[in-house]
Design a protein around this ligand. Sequence first.
Ligand SMILES: [Zn+2]
Length: 259
Amino acid sequence: MGESSIPNPPIEENTPPSILTKQPQKEGMTIARMVQTVISVAIVMATLFTLWNPYRIFSTQTTILPSQAKQTRSVETIPIRIGVHIGHFKHNEGFQCPDSIQEVDVNYVIANKVSLLLAASGITVDILQEYDLALINYKADALVSIHTRSCVDPSAAQSGFLIKTSLSSTDVEKANILAACLGEQYQANTGLVFRYEPINEQDPASHVFVDINAQTPAVLIETGSLAVDRGIIIDTSDRAASGITAGILCFLKAQQLIQ
Ligand SMILES: [Zn+2]
């Protein structure tokens, strides 16, 4: 980084003494600058963590970078594991739009970006299909099922995302914290408004909540309307993926699983 802009003289045995004597001074300045940078970063990080409050709805956009997530569990213990469930994948298309856009493809792209961001934080990720056998009694620190809203029904004209949870979870409080974190972080990253509701047992997607181990906190997110939120969930799906990732990291922090 920046090496090409500052020409460094090659250090060879026949390097003139004048260059060699200048080296310590130049290095000293560089170290001083690095120390200053490290201190500045530390001050910013300290301020961020002081302000941290997982229950507050953030008024400004917050993107949690992967490097900020440090696992607090030791390597010897079980690593943090997150399930990323791709709605409809390997089962059906989900919502289908007249212009041939399919929900499953949108879910797939966002889910894969989320898994890459989580993996970059050292988190073990399981990518799960709609009816993945691994869902049966699935145990993890959290599971997020990714869907979109419709593109044709009357509600499609309304922008926004939706978060659904199950009331049958063993630890409803944990699931609620996951839902709150996901809601506030997805909203902060995408600017979309959201609604929250318990999942209806008639909803075909509800099988995920039944299949998994009851102690695994799980939420379903419908990332936006396929009719009016394409700018977020298709054109700039990085923002959608960053929002979901930040929500999961927020939950892991609230559970003190990462710093
Ligand atoms: Zn769906």
